[in-house]
Design a protein around this ligand. Sequence first.
Ligand SMILES: Cc1cc2nc3c(=O)[nH]c(=O)nc-3n(C[C@H](O)[C@H](O)[C@H](O)COP(=O)(O)O)c2cc1C
Length: 395
Amino acid sequence: MNFTQIKKLISLKRRSGAGIQTVDEFKELAKKRIPNAIWDFIEGGAGTEQAIQANRKSLESVLFQPKYLVDVSQRNTSAQIFGRPIKTPIILSPAGIATLAHPLGEIAVARAAAKADAIFCLSTGSGLSIEQVAEVSDGRLWFQLYLWKSQEVIDSLINRAKKAGYEALIITVDVPVVGKRERDLRNGMSLPVTIRPGQYFHYLRKPRWIAGVLKNPAITFGNLTDVTSGDDASSIGEYVNKELNDPSKTWDDVARIRSAWEGPLLIKGIMNPSDARKAEQVGANGIIVSNHGGRQFSSVPGVATIFPEIKKVVSKNTELFLDGGIRRGEDIVKAHALGATAACSGRSWFWALAADGEQGVNRILEILEKEVEDTLALIGEPKLTDVGPQNLFST
Ligand SMILES: Cc1cc2nc3c(=O)[nH]c(=O)nc-3n(C[C@H](O)[C@H](O)[C@H](O)COP(=O)(O)O)c2cc1C
């Protein structure tokens, strides 16, 4: 072989599009970059964790029936949500304490969502505050509320979200108590993060993460700095159950909040058609069908299994969202085929943030949008908003 032949074979230019191609690759990269206890906090679920599997299996069992020789040269990936389009058809589900994954936490995620024209939901339990996030984002922001003990805290969070310009309010109803997240209990995941005997080695193997923590304010609930107290060595779940949670809350409390919030109101964590009807009766505009990503209770069906039952009972005016197990553009299109207004995803952005900060979240949103676009071509349906049961294979 001479030099000319070798030159033909070798290029110094990188492959275009090389690099991470899937959510799962970000998951693997995140695992390498963050300490085990933080990884477990993101990845883990309640009890046997079978509900995490159930979400994936339920989506995998949804199949398309492709049509060909349809003009799919122009594809439109926009979803229409509360009367307005978003270009990247994904809602970034609320997930607490993103500053555990990366020092810029929710700020990085909100910026990436705004750039992609997606919607970001800020959790009550976020690492950064309602105001800090609103300040950096010119995109659509929703605020998620837990019905915690103090009415004063609830009212103040609602007012802050209103004042900061959040478009919609989500009330998460599936946490009468925090699920038994055994990994967190074993790891002693507490706030502020404390490295305990037996864990030094795991944390020290992630010097970049440690440096990020040392250079930044202590990781805690950004919206609740005045109501949360220091390290009592209990896990986050135990702390929330003891100090913040209120298992006595009912639909009456939701009705009270409905009258205090003028914008769109969504109820998250609905797994039962009769609860979906109650959500409509109290005046919710949207329902997020969700088992909290399997983090609350393991003996529940996957979301794509229960979704059609809920779809059957709600009125056309109520927007329905599918949350849990979304890992690919195909899954997003499946959610639309089942009748969802949009799909929501938690772990995919959390892993991307842990792996590569804001850039990682930018990339994951790009990947998902491209996968949606390709899926539309492959099923023969040029517009995402036209996808429906007619695109599904049924036996
Ligand atoms: C690390 C983490 C923290 C979460 N925190 C919250 C929260 O504060 N409020 C909430 O309503 N849901 C929370 N969730 C659940 C998500 O909103 C969403 O329901 C779930 O992630 C969907 O499943 P997926 O991760 O498979 O997409 C959290 C999820 C994760 C992974």
